[in-house]
Design a protein around this ligand. Structure first.
Ligand SMILES: Cc1cc2nc3c(=O)[nH]c(=O)nc-3n(C[C@H](O)[C@H](O)[C@H](O)COP(=O)(O)O)c2cc1C
Length: 488
């Protein structure tokens, strides 16, 4: 394949990060090159964005500069200060960075979604190789996948170069994903019919395998298909979907392939199953609460739930059993996370009392209302000729102080507008917390509704970690790093 030599966006991003990290360390290019054992010209080319360092080299650079590897891939508004922080969408940070994904595509009309899937995986930092069945090439040519993934697409079993070899690719992959999976390919895998590069690679690999079927409902419900699906499940394949919805035939029925965003969530979850939080249960709260004044009005706040949802994604992606207790939010319930929606502070407390019994960690990212009306009016309060209106309120129950189980590690949030550290430290003591995460919601890049945050993490020994503006996903990673370091 004729590979492009011009710098891609990722190469530019890594180059910027390398320059910033090297200057921070006050090192010359030569010193860095010597420290990691490469030629100065090679290192210079990384900073010029002529080449991207391999993952092995990035690992060494990350160690040298004392940064997490993911830092090189995260768009950081502090460094890219000409860009608005909102570009730093939390969905574009994930545990997929550097992960090797073998994507099998087969002859279904829903293959159009797989191009988007490949692109989204790539944008999240994954390395994606595509294997196409013969029929699938009648729907889409390999060129589109090749261009998106910047990898040679495998279309023939008998092209025996190393990168095309079915055993090599089966070992190379961290996970094999077939999306879409036709009735025909499901049958071939179940019956061991190794007649193309896709099925041959799958049969020759021990890596986790995820299958996303797509077909008309009668084909899905057919006894042969169901029996093949059962066979594959019994052999450890994960078959996810199909979903009910609009099919290409115009029917609304079972058979639709899952959407790429959901497929990505499953990939993240399964890749994270063996993560450092395996065996732990994390309870995380998110969003505001609503304290009803009458059947129409309520007291609430601006919390969107994004920080809590980011924490839940990270906990899940690192292998924890994750329970997300939310107030009313507009966010979509995440895949493979038990989500419980509550409304009032009292409902949230009652739910947490139950779910925290067997939990290891409670992270209270929800913005719980401090007050609730003394009494909710049963009927709508009428305006008529009233010139003013006084609402009598009482404090809500302090949830964090009242959830106390042996060995439950408690993390609180303090959203402040002034005297940040002083208020946060007081809250940490008052609520008997292990860690508090403080942010000044009036600061640029921090607070509600946006995809970034700027927090200070304070522990019960008084240690303070001030972070710059990061995506909420990265902030969540840092908070969880703090928790794991204190629990181990
Ligand atoms: C327009 C069109 C759409 C198709 N869509 C599907 C589909 O969604 N699911 C399916 O199982 N088969 C579908 N088929 C049939 C498969 O392409 C056919 O069974 C083929 O042999 C699959 O081969 P493969 O699994 O090796 O790619 C479709 C065929 C055509 C012509």
């Amino acid at each position: 394949m004729n590979r492009k030599k011009s710098p891609t966006k990722l190469v530019n991003l890594i180059a910027e990060k390398l320059k910033a990290a090297r200057k921070e360390k006050k090192m010359t290019q030569e010193q860095v090159a010597n420290a990691i054992g490469i030629h100065i010209v090679t290192y210079g080319n990384y900073e010029l964005a002529s080449y991207s360092p391999s993952l092995k080299i990035l690992e060494k650079l990350a160690f040298l500069f004392n940064k997490p590897e993911s830092w090189f891939f995260a768009k950081d508004p502090i460094i890219q200060n000409n860009q608005h922080p909102s570009i730093n969408n939390m969905n574009f940070n994930s545990n997929l960075i550097g992960k090797k994904i073998l994507l099998g595509v087969t002859g279904s009309i829903s293959i159009y979604k797989s191009l988007y899937l490949a692109s989204q995986l790539k944008q999240r930092g994954a390395l994606v190789k595509v294997i196409m069945s013969e029929s699938s090439q009648k729907f889409i040519t390999s060129l589109s996948f090749e261009y998106i993934t910047q990898e040679k697409v495998i279309t023939s079993l008998f092209d025996i170069s190393e990168s095309n070899n079915h055993i090599y690719n089966g070992n190379w992959a961290d996970i094999i994903v077939v999306a879409p999976a036709t009735v025909h390919t499901i049958a071939r895998i179940a019956n061991g019919i190794a007649d193309d590069p896709l099925v041959t690679t799958i049969l020759g690999s021990t890596k986790p395998k995820l299958i996303f079927p797509a077909m008309e409902s009668n084909m899905w419900e057919n006894d042969a298909t169901q029996s093949n699906v059962q066979t594959l499940k019994s052999r450890g394949f994960r078959i996810i979907g199909p979903a009910e919805g609009y099919l290409a035939s115009g029917n609304i029925a079972m058979g639709r392939m899952l959407e790429p965003v959901d497929i990505i969530s499953y990939i993240s979850t399964i890749l994270g199953e063996k993560g450092d939080l395996r065996g732990k249960t994390f309870v995380i709260t998110a969003g505001p609460t609503r304290e009803p004044i009458d059947p129409i009005r309520y007291i609430s706040n601006n919390s969107s739930g994004k920080m809590g949802f980011a924490l839940a994604h990270v906990a899940r992606d690192r292998g924890a059993k994750t329970i997300l207790v939310t107030g009313p939010t507009q966010m979509t319930a995440p895949i493979e996370i038990d989500s419980i929606q509550t409304n009032t502070a009292h409902e949230m407390y009652e739910t947490l009392k139950e779910v925290c019994i067997n939990a290891d960690v409670l992270i209270m990212a929800a913005a719980v209302s401090d007050w609730t009306p003394t009494k909710m009016k049963k009927e709508k309060i009428k305006k008529f000729g009233k010139m003013d209106f006084t609402l009598k309120t009482k404090p809500t129950l302090d949830i964090l102080s009242n959830i106390n189980y042996d060995n439950l590690f408690k993390v609180g949030f303090a959203a402040e507008t002034k005297n940040l550290e002083q208020h946060a430290k007081q809250k940490l003591i008052d609520k008997n917390l292990d860690v508090i995460v403080a942010n000044n919601v009036t600061e640029k890049g921090a607070g509600f509704s946006i995809d970034t945050n700027k927090v200070t993490i304070i522990d019960n020994k008084g240690n303070t970690l001030k972070l710059g503006i990061l995506s909420k996903y990265e902030v969540a990673n840092q908070i969880i790093n703090k928790i794991t370091s204190m629990m181990s």
